[in-house]
Design a protein around this ligand. Structure first.
Ligand SMILES: [Zn+2]
Length: 466
């Protein structure tokens, strides 16, 4: 539809008039007000890039003002998008600050923002007067002349102005999204570790009240180790976001590189005790693959996630266990050479089959995690997982008997049946550490699927209209 050129201009003027009216109404009640808008040249003045950029600015501005003890009267706040673009206004009280100081805070906010020249924060006093600092902003396009001059002279092509602005806003939103998602996924990973170690009682494993079949570690050793390795969780997600290579197999050295630093941090924190080596591999792979997934999707998709993990770990059992020299001996390799079981590598190569198909269904039906659901999830995993920790310490007969007890305890879930599993682990001096790792992963995926961010996070923005 061809638009009459006068029509948007008139509607923009009308919208601006409405905004002025809103501000004078606030002044009429005796309040000062602060408002946020964006300098978007041309028309229309909003699109998804502009809108989400505005939402981030608004969130940041609100935290900035509150951090200076400015009380925003949110009930009377107005947020809208009209012909003049996205707009927010709210009355406020600031007992400790004069209005000039408040204006200075808003100016600092604009100046310190990487795209501050797109942002307008206005402050009006209780009489409705706009507080001006008299400073002029540089044109964001040429960065030479004052913006007002370039606008008056129509110095730049509208299409170029808008294109530069929208691509900057889109990139800013996508970077913010990546940073917030990385932090929040890292937090969910740490939560999964804390839930797993806190689940009490657990057969053979360290929990809050027992060291299980471990003489050299306790609950606090795991607290130390969890804190030490969690430092790298965010980096793993970001590495997944940044990974552009189509050969997914080339992701493994990147994940291992971070994983090795996590191992060093773990050993330093625990006095050389291996608490989380298997988990570091599995969670490293998981967080990296989450980053890769969220670089193109807005929602967690289990099937797509599993395909990423499978692609990264294609033939890993053959390459790292079957064709490996015995001199590189690890628990996993020793067990593989004596029994043919592939442990964490096999689970990864299969796209976490035990987690998604066996353990996780016991959690997904819950709206809140609880000890019963977590214990059943653990038993389901343990009854089928070829746990290399048990194989290493107890051999195949012990593993078979252990799995059978777990299956019976799951089918007839009573305290005494569950305690029987614990007693067996104590007598055999075995610990299902591999299954505990898969429980932690199940908790993580449950959290990711139920996750609601406490902060605004924009969706992925791929294109924009000029
Ligand atoms: Zn200019």
């Amino acid at each position: 539809m061809r638009r009459n050129k006068i029509e948007p201009l008139q509607s923009i003027l009308n919208a601006r008039e409405q905004r002025a009216l809103l501000k004078s109404k606030i002044a009429g009640k005796g309040y000062q007000c602060v408002s946020l808008s964006l300098n978007v040249p041309g028309f229309p003045k909003s699109n998804p890039s502009v809108y989400y950029f505005f939402k981030y600015c608004l969130q940041d501005l609100q935290f900035t003002l509150k951090s200076h003890l400015v009380e925003l009267h949110n009930i009377e706040a107005i947020e809208r998008c009209d012909a003049a673009g996205d707009f927010f206004v709210t009355p406020f009280t600031a007992d400790k600050l004069g209005i000039i100081e408040l204006k200075q805070i808003c100016e600092n906010f604009e100046e310190s923002h990487p795209l501050g020249r797109f942002i307008d924060v206005d402050v009006n006093d209780e009489k409705g007067n706009c507080i001006s600092s008299g400073k002029s902003k540089l044109c964001f396009y040429c960065q030479v002349k004052p913006a007002i001059e370039c606008r008056r002279e129509q110095a730049h092509e509208m299409v170029q102005l808008r294109s530069l602005m929208f691509s900057n806003m889109r990139d800013y939103c996508n970077r913010q999204r990546e940073s917030l998602l990385s932090k929040q996924l890292a937090s969910l990973a740490l939560k999964a570790l804390l839930y797993e170690i806190s689940l009490t009682p657990k057969p053979g494993l360290v929990d809050r009240l027992s060291n299980g079949s471990h003489a050299d570690m306790n609950f606090l050793t795991f607290a130390d180790s969890s804190a030490a390795i969690s430092l790298y969780f965010e980096e793993l997600v970001q590495a997944g976001f940044a990974f552009q290579d189509e050969g997914y197999i080339r992701a493994l050295p990147i994940i291992r590189n971070i994983g090795l630093r996590m191992e060093a941090a773990m050993f330093r924190a625990t006095g050389n005790i291996n608490t989380h080596k298997g988990l570091i591999f599995l969670m490293g792979l998981t967080l990296f693959s989450c980053g890769k997934l969220y670089s193109s999707l807005n929602q967690f998709d289990p099937e797509y996630f599993r395909s990423i993990v499978r692609d990264i770990c294609r033939d890993i059992v053959k390459r790292e266990l079957k064709d490996s020299k015995p001199s590189n001996s690890t628990h996993g390799l020793t067990v593989f050479q004596s029994s043919g079981f592939s442990g964490a590598r096999g689970e990864a190569e299969g796209g976490f089959r035990t987690v998604f198909e066996i353990g996780l269904p016991y959690l997904t039906k819950e709206n809140q995690l609880n000890d019963t659901a977590l214990t059943q999830c653990f038993l389901a995993i343990a009854s089928q997982n070829m746990d290399t920790n048990i194989l290493f310490r107890g051999g195949q007969d012990a593993l078979k008997a252990f799995q059978k007890l777990c299956k019976a305890a799951l089918e007839n879930f009573t305290d005494s049946n569950y305690l029987e599993v614990a007693e067996f682990c104590r007598n055999e001096n075995i610990s299902p550490g591999g299954s505990a790792d898969l429980l932690a992963l199940s908790i993580f995926f449950w959290s990711v699927m139920k996750f609601e961010s406490p902060f605004f996070i924009s969706p992925l923005i791929q294109s924009y209209d000029i």
